[in-house]
Design a protein around this ligand. Structure first.
Ligand code: TEU
Ligand code: CA
Length: 560
């Protein structure tokens, strides 16, 4: 089935975490003026869109994902004027700007919550989710994503409020039509400024089962809220309303962050009739190393296996075909660095495996997202102690698992942090080899040296982006899995009209037998090796060949 064309299907997105991207005024915190300064860098890389993690006013309990004023800019980052300058400069360079929309919750310092907590009869009371306790305890057993109960007792009125994240991130009550009006108004405010889309934070969690039942008990003793909050009863109704009231009036990129989303649900969120969102972020592949051997859920020293990652991504590729659009990512501000997680960050393999992973993802069908520093092959960092943790998730996990429950030793927790912690992604962008890059490997890995090296990870990403812009088959071609049982190689084809693209990536540090390219004539679009071996892929080798023969002429086709 022919795919409907859209600009956001053809675009490559670059995610910026403003706090650690570029500091223009030297106060040690990234800022909007810094981003504006780096627009030439983004143009050089060739990306079409920048997604800005939140830049709104915030007390920064969760680095801007706790918003206290949706119509103001965070002081650390600058002013609304700086924002307008950035937007204009980006547009002038042909780069679109997508904003983070965090409306599952607000900061407890938002004016609505300051009112809401004052009394049970306050006009803003129902903006949030307040409940009486049960037998002197929380209303139910739900655990917050950031450890501990998802309910916080509030002295003033003797009730509890719900917070699925930190206790300074208070869940909004989407059942209240006034709350929804407020959200649509603030979205309209930003759309009217001329922004180009929204990445919607935990949008899969806005509708809660109003019975608020206990959840299945997890190994740490708390209940799991997922069955009652993820893709809850009214989520599609709310998004369709949002679409009618706001999204449909503009030409936007919309991507819903949808932790816990299933394929069937994704087909509803991102249905191709455009009644809800353009696409969603699913989490299965980035979570595929979790579980077995973990302390709890995400805290593990395990790595995802090729077999699992491939099965998951192939499933998303083939099942959304023709009915919904995929988003493609390895990295974001919540994930460890992909070269450390899925690749190999040892000095001898870092560059090769970073390029291999990039190839594997960027040749798939969907809209690719690059997280700042990924295009340099930036690696995870190392945690020497609790003092190295900035993230509220890490601090709370330490308190719960090491201090309160004594489930793990500090050493084990730190090893899990080295592997999984969000701060791995939040270290400063390594611009050059000067001191203030500040992190261990900035002298070897930095933008300045990579720009001057034609063989760098940076230039490889630049080429992948260019290829996507030049070859429609990379955007719209059908995805066909190959070698699904291979223990080392991730291979697939893309097909469109009479064209076929062959992609093969060796996910291991050993040579892997591969006959996929034997007797095949075509144009090599990209590879991370200059020389190839007959009958094998070299360590972390990636190859992409475009065959021009008609498909009906044979399975693999002949070159012209
Ligand atoms: O993340 C929500 C989410 O479901 C996860 O990515 C979660 O934060 C992570 O797996 C914890 O290990 C979004 C934002 O991306 C994240 O930065 C925020 O902290 C969170 O929502 C709350 O706003
Ligand atoms: Ca600054």
């Amino acid at each position: 089935m022919a795919e409907t064309h859209a600009w956001w299907k053809e675009a490559v997105i670059y995610q910026i975490y403003p706090r650690s991207f570029m500091d223009a005024n030297g106060d040690g915190i990234g800022d909007l003026a810094g981003i504006t300064q780096r627009i030439p860098y983004l143009s050089k890389l060739g990306v079409d869109v920048v997604w800005l993690s939140p830049v709104y006013a915030s007390p920064n309990d969760d680095n801007g994902y706790d918003i206290s004023d949706y119509r103001a800019i965070m002081k650390d980052f600058g002013t609304m004027e700086d924002f307008d300058t950035l937007l204009a400069a980006a547009h002038k360079a042909g780069i679109k700007i997508v904003m983070d929309l965090v409306v599952n919750h607000t900061s407890d310092e938002h004016a609505w919550f300051i009112e809401s907590r004052k009394s049970c009869t306050n006009p803003y009371r129902d903006y949030y989710i307040w409940r009486d306790g049960k037998d002197g305890k929380e209303p139910n057993n739900w655990e917050s994503c950031f450890s501990g109960p998802a309910w916080q007792y509030d002295e003033a009125t003797g009730q509890y409020y719900l917070h699925l994240f930190s206790k300074k991130q208070v869940d909004l009550n989407w059942e209240n039509p006034r709350v929804r009006d407020e959200v649509y108004d603030l979205m309209t405010f930003w759309c009217d400024k001329g922004i180009d889309g929204f990445r919607m934070d935990v949008i899969s969690m806005i509708s809660k089962d109003q019975r608020f039942p206990d959840g299945p008990v997890k190994p740490d003793g708390y209940g799991d809220f997922s069955p009652y909050c993820i893709s809850g009863p009214r989520v599609h109704e709310f998004l369709q309303e949002m679409n009618q009231r706001v999204l449909s009036k503009y030409d936007l990129l919309t991507v819903g962050e949808a932790a816990g989303v299933t394929i069937d649900e994704a087909k509803k969120y991102a249905r191709s009739d455009g009644k809800e969102l353009g696409m969603v972020f699913q989490f299965e592949h980035v979570g595929s190393g979790n579980g077995k051997g973990s302390i709890v859920e995400k805290w593990t020293t395990g790595k995802p296996k090729l077999r699992n990652v491939r099965a998951i991504l192939n499933k998303w590729q083939t099942e959304l075909e023709g009915c919904a659009w995929n988003s493609l990512y390895w990295d974001n501000h919540d994930q460890p660095r992909c070269v450390s997680m899925f690749g190999n960050d040892a000095p001898e393999y870092r560059v090769r495996s970073a390029k291999m992973l990039a190839t594997c993802l960027h040749m798939m069908k969907g809209t690719p997202y690059i997280y700042q520093g990924e295009e340099l092959g930036m690696t995870n960092t190392h945690f020497k102690g609790l003092d190295d943790c900035r993230d509220v998730e890490e601090k709370n996990a330490w308190q719960q698992f090491v201090v309160d429950q004594k489930r793990v030793s500090p050493e084990t927790m730190l090893a899990c942090f080295d592997n999984m912690a969000r701060d791995n992604a939040r270290t400063p962008m390594q611009w050059d080899a000067s001191k203030n890059a500040g992190f261990p490997n900035y002298t070897e890995i930095n933008a300045a040296s990579e720009i001057s090296d034609p063989d760098s990870v940076f230039h490889y990403y630049q080429k992948l982006i260019k290829l996507r812009h030049e070859h429609e088959i990379i955007v719209y071609g059908r995805f066909v899995p190959l070698l699904e049982d291979d223990s080392s190689i991730y291979a697939y084809a893309r097909e469109q009209g009479g064209q076929k693209l062959l992609v093969a990536c060796n996910w291991t540090k050993d040579e892997a037998p591969c006959t996929l390219f034997e007797g095949v004539n075509g144009t090599e679009l990209i590879s991370n090796y200059k020389e190839h071996k007959k009958g094998a892929l070299q360590p972390y080798e990636a190859r992409v060949i475009l065959l021009k023969g008609s498909l009906s002429e044979g399975a693999v086709g002949a070159a012209d």
